[in-house]
Design a binder for this molecule. Structure first.
Ligand code: ADP
Ligand code: MG
Length: 819
C-alpha cells in the first residue's frame, strides 16, 4: 500500500504532517472543518489536489460525526445552510486554491440537487454530499494510477528499444524531486510510474536524487520509497552522471510543473541536466505530469519565466549560516528540459507523442484536442496544482534579477538619468543586498548616481513559495514612505518610482557609511544623534496621522487606505500567539526549554499577551511603521533613516515606540552576553549608551509629541480646541490632565509591548542577530535566559503596573541584564 498523505474512512480523516518529514511521520486527526482549515493554512497539507480533497473530506467527517449523518438537523433547509456555510468557510483557508473552490462548488451543486429531490430529508442530503466527497479522493488516485499504468508501459517499451534493462526485463529507474503521495491524494505522478512498475514486478531499483537545495528528494521521495519497501537508493544530484555512465540507469522519469506547446517541460532545477545526461547515455527520459499542466499558450520553453528561490536555501542550513556573508548566490527554482531530449510525456489520458516526422517537438495541442482538453472544463483533480504552478511560473508580473535590473531601468527614462547615460549602461554595477527575510533588494550604481530597488514577490523570501504573502505590502510600503516623508523628511528615503503591477519600489540608496543600526550595534558602536532622530521620526509620523492632528473624516479615510490585513495577521501570529503555545514555527535554544515551558503554562503571561493583542487589533490610533526594529533603521554618526514600512497600518502608538525600546533592550542584553564571552571596553561604553538612549527616547518622544499636541492648534478631532482650547470653559488645564493621563497609559503599554517583543525574539520564529551571533554558547544561552525572564517581567506590567517611570525601567533592565 502506497503511503497516503490523506487517510480517510467514513467518520475519520487524518493528514500526514509533511513538514515533519523525514524526521517523523505523524498523522493528525481532523475531526472538524476548523481543524482542516488550520492545517491547510499552515501547510500541513499542501500540493494539489490534496487541498481540494482535504476540504471535501473534512466536511464529510464533520457531517458523519458531529451531525450524526444528518439526523441532528431539524430540516432539509437547515442541513443545506450548514453545508453551504461550512464550504464557504473552508474555502477561506486558501482563497487562491482553485481546486478547493472547485470542490466546494461541486459539493454545493450536489447539495442543491439532493435537496430538490422529492421526499428529500436532511439525512438524504447529507448522504449525497458525503458520497460525493468520497469520490474526489477516489478520482484523484484513479487519475494517478492511470498515469502510472501508461507510464510503466511506455518506460518498458522505450528501454527495451534502447537496449536498456536487465535480462529479466526489470528496470532501474532514476527520478528527481518529489512527485509522490505527498503531493497528491495518493500514489503520485512520476513516482506513481515507479510504483506501477514495482507492482508489475518490473522494477529492479529506484534511484532518487537529493534535489538540492531544498532536498525534496532526500526528505520526501527517499522517505516514500523506503516506506513502501521499494528497492531504492538516494544519490547526490551530482552523482547522476556517474550512475548513468556506469550503466546503472535504464530510464529516467520526472514530473513537470509546466509543459508548453512544443513539449519543452519546466520542472525542478536539475531536470535539464538530467535530460542532457540521459541523452548522452541514450537512456530514455520521460516526463509524467497531469494533463492540467499542459500549457499550449506558450510556444516553447524560452517563454517560461523562471523564479528565483531564496538565497538562504544555499547559504543556510536549518537556520544556521554555512556560507560566508557576502557570497553571491544564483538559485533558480526550475529549469526546462528541451522537447528534443524528452522521449515521451505521460499523462493520465495517455502518452503524448512527437510531431510526425519531427523528433524535436511534441504534438501537445493535437493531444489536447483529441482528448477534449482544449475546450473541456478541467477536471477537479489536479486543477489547483496547475493554477499554483502557473502562479509560480507564468506570472503576470515581471520578476527582477540581478541580470535584468539594467534593462528595467533603461525602460524608465527618469530612472535611467539618475544612474547615468544609456551609453554607460554596460558599466552600471548591480548587486542584490536583501538581507531581510521577506523581499529582494537591488542596488544599482552608475556614473550619475545610484538607486535602491526593492521588489516584493508573492511569498516570504526566506521560506519560499510555501509561505505566500500579499504583494500589496509593496503598496503599503510606498504609501508609508511617502506619508513619512511629509512629516519626517530628514529620516525617510526618497521614493523615485513605484511600479504597482510588479511590486517594485525604486528609492534613494543610502550608501556606506550608512549601515543598518543593528549591524553597527553588533560591532559595538554607539550613535549619539540616534535618540533625537528616531523620536523626531516617531513623534512626527505618529502625531500627524492620528486624530490628535487629523479631523475624523480624514483619519477614517486613512485607516481604510492602510488596511494591511495579511501583514497584521503575520504579526498577530508570530508576536502575539506562537511564543505562548507549542507552535512548529517556534525556534529557541534547547537549553531554555524549561523556561519556555514555564512561559507557555503561565496564565498571567497569557492574560497579558491577550490584552496586548487586543490593543494591537483594536487601537487604530495612528499610522504605524509597524516593524520599527533596529534592522529597519540605517544610520551614520550624524544621520538616521527609517526604511521598510511594509507592516504599516493604523494601530496603537505604543507598539512602534515599544519595538524600538524592546529591540534596544535585547541589544543591551546581547552586549552583556558579548562582554561575558570577550570583555571589551567598548561593550561597557555601549551598555551605558543603550541605557541612556532608551531614557532619552522615552523622554524626548513624550516631549516632542506633547509639544506638537499643544502647539498645532488642537486641530484634531479627539482633543478639539472647542473643548480644550484656551477659550474653553476649563481653559487649558483639561488639556494638561488629558496629556498626563495619556502618557501614563502609553508608558504602561510600551512596557507591555516591549516585553512581548523581547519574548518573541527568544522563543518565536524570528530572532535577532545581536543575540544569535554570540559565539560562546554558554554566554548566549545565559543572555537568552535573562532576556526572556525580563521580557516576561515587562509583559505582565500590563497587569501589575509596578514599574512607574523610565528611571525605574532602566534600573531594572540593568540589573536583569547583568546578573
Ligand atoms: P525586507 O523587507 O526584506 O526586510 P529591507 O527593506 O529591510 O527588506 O531591506 C533589506 C536590506 O536591504 C536592508 O537591510 C539594507 O541592507 C538594504 N536596503 C534596503 N533599503 C535600502 C536603501 N534605501 N539604501 C540602502 N540599503 C537598503
Ligand atoms: Mg521588511
Amino acid at each position: 500500500m502506497a503511503l497516503q498523505a490523506i487517510k480517510y474512512e467514513t467518520g475519520s480523516l487524518q493528514l500526514l504532517d509533511q513538514r515533519l518529514l523525514p524526521f517523523d511521520s505523524i498523522y493528525l486527526d481532523v475531526p472538524t472543518p476548523q481543524i482542516a482549515w488550520i492545517h491547510i493554512k499552515d501547510m500541513v497539507v499542501r500540493g494539489a489536489p490534496a487541498i481540494g480533497v482535504t476540504g471535501a473530506l473534512a466536511l464529510a467527517v464533520d457531517l458523519t460525526n458531529n451531525k450524526s449523518r444528518g439526523s441532528s438537523f431539524s430540516s432539509v433547509q437547515e442541513a443545506v445552510s450548514y453545508i453551504f456555510e461550512t464550504l464557504d468557510y473552508l474555502v477561506t483557508s486558501r482563497p487562491t486554491a482553485v481546486n478547493l473552490a472547485d470542490s466546494a462548488l461541486k459539493l454545493k451543486a450536489v447539495t442543491n440537487e439532493a435537496a430538490s429531490k422529492q421526499g428529500s430529508t436532511a439525512v438524504s442530503v447529507v448522504e449525497a454530499v458525503v458520497a460525493a466527497a468520497e469520490t474526489f479522493l477516489e478520482a484523484d488516485i484513479a487519475a494517478n494510477r492511470a498515469m502510472g499504468a501508461y507510464g510503466a508501459k511506455a518506460l518498458l517499451e522505450a528501454s527495451q528499444a534502447a537496449g536498456k534493462g536487465l535480462g529479466s526485463g526489470r528496470l532501474r529507474v532514476l527520478t528527481h524531486c518529489n512527485t509522490g503521495s505527498l503531493a497528491t491524494a495518493g500514489f503520485g505522478t512520476a513516482l506513481g510510474v515507479i510504483r506501477a512498475l514495482h507492482e508489475q514486478g518490473k522494477l529492479e531499483h529506484a534511484f532518487c536524487t537529493e534535489t538540492r537545495p531544498y532536498n525534496q528528494g532526500a526528505r520526501l521521495t527517499a522517505f516514500e520509497l523506503l516506506h513502501d519497501g521499494l528497492p531504492s537508493t538516494l544519490i547526490c544530484d551530482s552523482a547522476a552522471a556517474s550512475l548513468m555512465g556506469s550503466g546503472q540507469v535504464d530510464a529516467v522519469v520526472v514530473g513537470a510543473d509546466r509543459v508548453v506547446a512544443n513539449g519543452d517541460s519546466a520542472n525542478k532545477i536539475g531536470t535539464y541536466a538530467l535530460s542532457i545526461l540521459a541523452s548522452y547515455h541514450k537512456v530514455p527520459f520521460f516526463i509524467a505530469a497531469p494533463s492540467t499542466t499542459l500549457d499550449p499558450g506558450l510556444q516553447n520553453g524560452s517563454q517560461i519565466v523562471i523564479e528565483q528561490r531564496p538565497s538562504e536555501e544555499m547559504t543556510h542550513f536549518r537556520g544556521q549560516r554555512v556560507v560566508k556573508e557576502g557570497v553571491q548566490v544564483w538559485n533558480p527554482s526550475f529549469d526546462v528540459a528541451p522537447a528534443a531530449l524528452i522521449t515521451g510525456i505521460i499523462t493520465e489520458k495517455g502518452l503524448i507523442h512527437k510531431q510526425p516526422g519531427d523528433a524535436s517537438e511534441f504534438a501537445v495541442r493535437d493531444f489536447m484536442l483529441q482528448n477534449g482538453l482544449l475546450t473541456a472544463e478541467a477536471s477537479v483533480s489536479g486543477k489547483e496544482e496547475a493554477s499554483t504552478t502557473s502562479s509560480q511560473l507564468k506570472r503576470d508580473f515581471l520578476q527582477l534579477f540581478t541580470e535584468t535590473v539594467h534593462a528595467y531601468i533603461l525602460q524608465i527614462p527618469m530612472l535611467q538619468q539618475l544612474v547615468g547615460p544609456v551609453s554607460t549602461a554596460s558599466t552600471w554595477k548591480v548587486r542584490e543586498v536583501g538581507d531581510g527575510n521577506i523581499n529582494f533588494v537591488y542596488i544599482v550604481e552608475g556614473p550619475a548616481g545610484s538607486l535602491c530597488i526593492k521588489q516584493s514577490l508573492p511569498f516570504v523570501r526566506c521560506v519560499g513559495d510555501s509561505w505566500p504573502l500579499t504583494q500589496d505590502r509593496s503598496r503599503i510600503e510606498v504609501q508609508g514612505l511617502v506619508e513619512a516623508a511629509k512629516h519626517a523628511p530628514r529620516h525617510t528615503p526618497k521614493v523615485h518610482h513605484f511600479d504597482s503591477k510588479n511590486a517594485i519600489i525604486v528609492m534613494q540608496y543610502l550608501a556606506p557609511p550608512f549601515i543598518i543600526l543593528r549591524r553597527g550595534l553588533i560591532e559595538g558602536k554607539v550613535y549619539n544623534s540616534f535618540a533625537e532622530h528616531i523620536t523626531e521620526y516617531m513623534a512626527c509620523t505618529l502625531f500627524n496621522t492620528s486624530t490628535f492632528k487629523l479631523d475624523a473624516d480624514s483619519y477614517r479615510a486613512n485607516v481604510v487606505k492602510y488596511v494591511n490585513s495579511e501583514m497584521c495577521l503575520l504579526t498577530e501570529k508570530v508576536i502575539f500567539a506562537e511564543p505562548y503555545i507549542k507552535a512548529s514555527n517556534n525556534r529557541y535554544s534547547p537549553q531554555i526549554e524549561d523556561q519556555v515551558q514555564q512561559l507557555q503554562h503561565d496564565a498571567q503571561a497569557k492574560v497579558a499577551i491577550s490584552i496586548l493583542k487586543d490593543k494591537f487589533m483594536h487601537q487604530t490610533e495612528a499610522l504605524l511603521h509597524g516593524d520599527l526594529h533596529t534592522g529597519s533603521i540605517m544610520v551614520t554618526e550624524s544621520e538616521t533613516y527609517v526604511i521598510d514600512p511594509e507592516f504599516g497600518f493604523y494601530g496603537p502608538i505604543a507598539f512602534d515606540v515599544a519595538k524600538i525600546v524592546g529591540e534596544l533592550l535585547l541589544t543591551l542584553f546581547a552586549s552583556y552576553g558579548q562582554e561575558m564571552a570577550t570583555p571589551e571596553i567598548s561593550r561597557k561604553q555601549q551598555q551605558v549608551w543603550i541605557l541612556s538612549t532608551i531614557t532619552t527616547i522615552w523622554n524626548s518622544f513624550v516631549s516632542k509629541f506633547q509639544k506638537l499636541w499643544s502647539s498645532t492648534g488642537l486641530t484634531g478631532d479627539s482633543y478639539p480646541i472647542a473643548v480644550h482650547g484656551p477659550d474653553a470653559p476649563a481653559g487649558s488645564s483639561s488639556l494638561q490632565a488629558c496629556q498626563q493621563a495619556y502618557f501614563e497609559r502609553l508608558f504602561q503599554d510600551v512596557l507591555g509591548f516591549a516585553g512581548a517583543i523581547m519574548i518573541r525574539r527568544i522563543v518565536g520564529i524570528s530572532h535577532v542577530a545581536d543575540i544569535d551571533e554570540i559565539a560562546d554558547v554558554q554566554a548566549r544561552v545565559s543572555c537568552e535566559r535573562r532576556a526572556l525572564a525580563f521580557g516576561k517581567v515587562l509583559l505582565i506590567q500590563i497587569l501589575q503596573q509596578s514599574i512607574q517611570s523610565i528611571e525605574a525601567l532602566i534600573s531594572e533592565a540593568e540589573n536583569a541584564a547583568n546578573n
